[in-house]
Design a binder for this molecule. Structure first.
Ligand SMILES: Nc1ncnc2c1ncn2[C@@H]1O[C@H](COP(=O)(O)OP(=O)(O)OP(=O)(O)O)[C@@H](O)[C@H]1O
Length: 529
């Protein structure tokens, strides 16, 4: 109430003041101010107020704008940094991706390199025992000769020139140190009588080239590389020394159950292993037959296709020799059915074929099972690098015997070559038959040639009879032609037909392919035809 009264009073005073005439001060003319009406003053105040408000609003707006801008800036800044971060992340991701890709490519490359290395290693790793290679075991000394064997004095004393002359005559190429003289007679090889009797029984009279040089070298305990063709008589080169090596061991101390083997032959195929086993069995039987003091040496054939149990059982009883194919041999060794701890004699027959057939790993595993040095014989028709490397690393000072040279195979064959035009061949054949006494074998390249030649000779049978009669005195010759490719397809029990035909036909002329003939006559160039 009092406040309202005072406000009222103040208002009245204002009004009175407003209505009062202005006091004039003559000294203050300079400070004179024109009268401003209330209305104007109000307007001025209003204007002032408005401008203040405007200024305030402006400031407020500016503040808001500023704040907004700041906020925006801030937002943009964040956005920018987010963008930057995301960009950065993207870049990093990109880099990561690139490096990941690079790493992946690198890993793949590494893996490929590893595989290549492994393949390369597989290709170049010598066929030697991994255990021995890892332990750095290298044998430098030659093995002692088998049972103290040495050649007869005349061979020991044979001058080098004479040895070389014999080798040259028989197309035997050799390489190595201290090569023994080639021996031309089995009787001079100091073999037990039983073996000589066995050879006689087989109709084997004199050694083939590989036997002449190979048997003495092997009996001297030397490591051997034999390069020889099929049918050259290799089996006896590695078979005889292995039998004698086992005999020597047996005489020293009788083989007990689970003991042995002393000798091992590895062959690439079951057939070859079986064939070798039969040869070994034959000669060990001969030894017992002719030497009552000798025990029967036990040989076990370990090949696929035969019962593992039977083979393991035979091995358990103690064994002198094993003839095996690499797969089954490895299997039995892995299963600890027998061991190579006592084995001192190893032969790898057709080593190149074993490598071709991919038996390297099995061979290496087998070599790992040996516990000491052994005499190693390696037979191969060819000498690929792998075999050469094996020879270099696993064989000690080996003797290389090569009888594979063209022309060295058949020393009794005189080869005459006639050059004839293709179209004149058949006619010329008749001329050749005129020069050649029967029996005659005509080899053709393929089956259809065999048919053509056969047919032609049948047409000319009268001429043929006349031609062949020039060589014999008989009045009524039976001239028979046979196309032998048919024989190649015959079963085994029919095959002797060829042998029978050969011997029973008075003047046989056979037309055949070489491969068929080889099979028909028993796959042997040594067989007498
Ligand atoms: N000195 C010899 N004289 C005559 N015949 C022999 C002689 N040596 C071996 N033979 C006979 O020759 C044939 C082939 O011999 P062997 O099996 O040893 O040859 P190979 O080189 O091992 O051939 P493959 O690789 O075909 O087995 C056999 O029938 C064997 O009895």
């Amino acid at each position: 109430m009092a406040a309202a009264e005072s406000k009222y009073k103040r208002r009245l005073a204002e009004i009175a003041e407003d209505d009062k005439p202005p006091e004039l001060d003559p000294d203050e003319d300079n400070n004179y101010q024109d009268y401003v009406s209330i209305k104007t003053r109000k307007a001025m105040r209003k204007e002032k107020l408005t401008s203040v408000r405007q200024r305030e609003r402006k400031e407020e707006v500016e503040k808001v704008i500023h704040e907004t801008i700041q906020a925006e800036k801030k937002r943009r800044g964040v956005a920018n940094s987010l963008l930057a971060v995301s960009q950065k992340l993207r870049q990093e991701e990109e880099l990561n991706r690139e490096s990941r890709e690079e790493a992946e490519v690198e890993a793949i490359q590494k893996e490929e390199e590893n595989i290549l290395d492994q393949v390369q290693m597989q290709m170049s790793t010598p066929l030697m025992s991994v255990r021995e290679r890892a332990k750095g075991i290298v044998y430098t000394e030659r093995m002692p000769s088998i049972g103290g064997w040495r050649p007869l004095k005349k061979y020991r004393d044979m001058p080098e020139e004479e040895r070389a002359a014999i080798r040259e005559k028989f197309f035997i190429e050799t390489n190595g140190e201290d090569i023994p003289a080639p021996i031309k007679k089995f009787e001079e090889m100091r073999l037990p009588r039983g073996l000589l009797e066995g050879l006689k029984l087989k109709g084997i009279q004199r050694p083939t080239q590989i036997q002449m040089q190979g048997i003495p070298a092997a009996l001297m305990g030397r490591d051997l590389i034999g390069i020889a063709f099929t049918g050259s008589g290799k089996t006896l080169v590695f078979g005889i020394p292995m039998i004698l090596c086992s005999l020597e061991q047996e005489i020293r101390s009788r083989v007990q159950s689970s003991e042995g083997p002393y000798g091992l032959i590895i062959a690439p195929s079951r057939e070859l292993a079986h064939q070798t086993y039969e040869v070994i069995e034959f000669y060990t039987d001969q030894l017992v037959e002719h030497h009552k003091e000798f025990p029967k040496l036990r040989t076990v054939l370990t090949i696929g296709g035969l019962s593992t149990g039977t083979q393991a059982g035979a091995l358990r009883r103690g064994v002198h020799m094993v003839v095996a194919t690499p797969g089954r041999l490895n299997d039995l060794l892995n299963k600890k059915k027998f061991s190579m701890a006592q084995c001192q004699y190893l032969c790898m027959d057709e080593a190149d074929r074993m490598v071709d057939l991919g038996f390297e790993e099995e061979i290496r595993n087998t070599l790992d099972c040996f516990r000491g040095q052994r005499q190693t014989l390696l037979f191969s028709a060819t000498m690929p690098k792998k075999i050469q490397d094996f020879a270099k690393t696993a064989l000690v000072d080996p003797i290389v015997i090569n009888v594979g040279r063209a022309g060295a195979a058949n020393l009794d064959v005189i080869q005459e070559v006639e050059y004839v035009k293709q179209e004149a061949k058949l006619v010329y054949l008749l001329k050749c038959l005129q020069k050649t006494p029967p029996p005659v074998l005509i080899f053709c390249e393929n089956k259809s040639d065999v048919d053509d030649v056969h047919e032609y000779l049948l047409l000319k049978v009268d001429d043929m009879a006349k031609l062949l009669l020039q060589h014999v005195e008989h009045q009524h010759p039976r001239v028979r032609f046979m196309a032998l490719h048919a024989i190649g397809q015959m079963s085994n029990d029919q095959k002797p037909t060829f042998q029978e035909a050969w011997h029973s036909t008075f003047m046989p002329v056979f037309v055949t392919r070489l491969a068929v003939c080889a099979r028909a006559i028993g796959h042997s160039v040594c067989a007498p035809v």
